[in-house]
Design a binder for this molecule. Structure first.
Ligand code: PLP
Length: 222
């Protein structure tokens, strides 16, 4: 079996320049995260608020934590102070809460809107129309302590690569459209978070700027 350093290098070296690699460390130990940190990696992704809160104080402060799971309102106050980027924003009410916490901290929170692009009903996210509404409200100044940095999406879990490619292409098109309607406010709206171990190739082909990879770096999760 290949070691962590080899798997990490393989994933990293296959990415086009300018694409951010977030190592998804959910269900990984602090020691495993530390090993990747020691290889020079700084961007890590966690899905569960409790797990992130438990690990964060045990690890170096210069790690950029990406919150990639479903964020509950009750957890916003714990996550805003720790997260470099919150990927899973799926409602205006959640942004109201993020705004409140970021304002209290006196610094902006960086977020992505999660768009529902998969066929599965279980995956969270906004519709295209809702994404447009939230982006317009943000551009109108509703959340002054929030920086809207782009979109995030998860494709259907299917062997049909064409289906996955179409879903990612749809998200990329929405990202481009929103960016142009945002005008000057859209200059920082450059992030398109899509692609994981199983659908990396399709995501990159569709223009992903940030990939979230767990298994291909750390191995299979229990
Ligand atoms: C678990 C997870 C990933 C990483 O999945 P792998 O298949 O292990 O690469 C990426 N994004 C989200 C939102 C996840 O929950």
């Amino acid at each position: 079996m290949k070691g962590l350093a080899e798997r990490y290098a393989q994933v990293r070296d296959a990415l086009p320049p300018g694409v951010t690699l977030v190592a998804v460390s959910k269900k990984r130990t602090v020691e495993e995260i530390r090993a990747l940190y020691d290889l020079g990696h700084r961007d890590f992704g966690e899905n569960y608020a409790q797990e992130l809160r438990a690990k964060q104080p045990l690890l170096p402060l210069d790690i950029r934590w990406h919150f990639i799971g479903h964020l509950q309102r009750s957890n916003v106050r714990h996550i805003v102070p720790i997260a470099h980027l919150i990927h899973g924003i799926d409602g205006a009410e959640l942004l109201d809460e993020v705004e409140k916490r970021a304002a209290a901290l006196g610094r902006p929170a960086q977020v992505l809107l999660q768009v529902h692009i998969a066929r599965e009903e279980t995956k969270h996210g906004l519709s295209e129309a809702e994404s447009r509404e939230v982006a317009a409200a943000w551009a109108g100044g509703r959340w002054p302590h929030v920086r809207l940095r782009g979109l995030m999406g998860m494709a259907t879990n299917t062997a049909d690569k064409g289906q996955v490619a179409r879903e990612f292409e749809g998200l990329a098109a929405l990202h481009a459209a929103l960016r142009s309607t945002l005008g000057p406010a859209g200059t920082d709206f450059g992030t398109l978070s899509m692609g994981m171990s199983g659908d990396l190739a399709q995501a990159l082909a569709a223009g992903s700027t940030l990939v979230r990879v767990g298994t291909a770096i750390f191995g299979e999760r229990d």
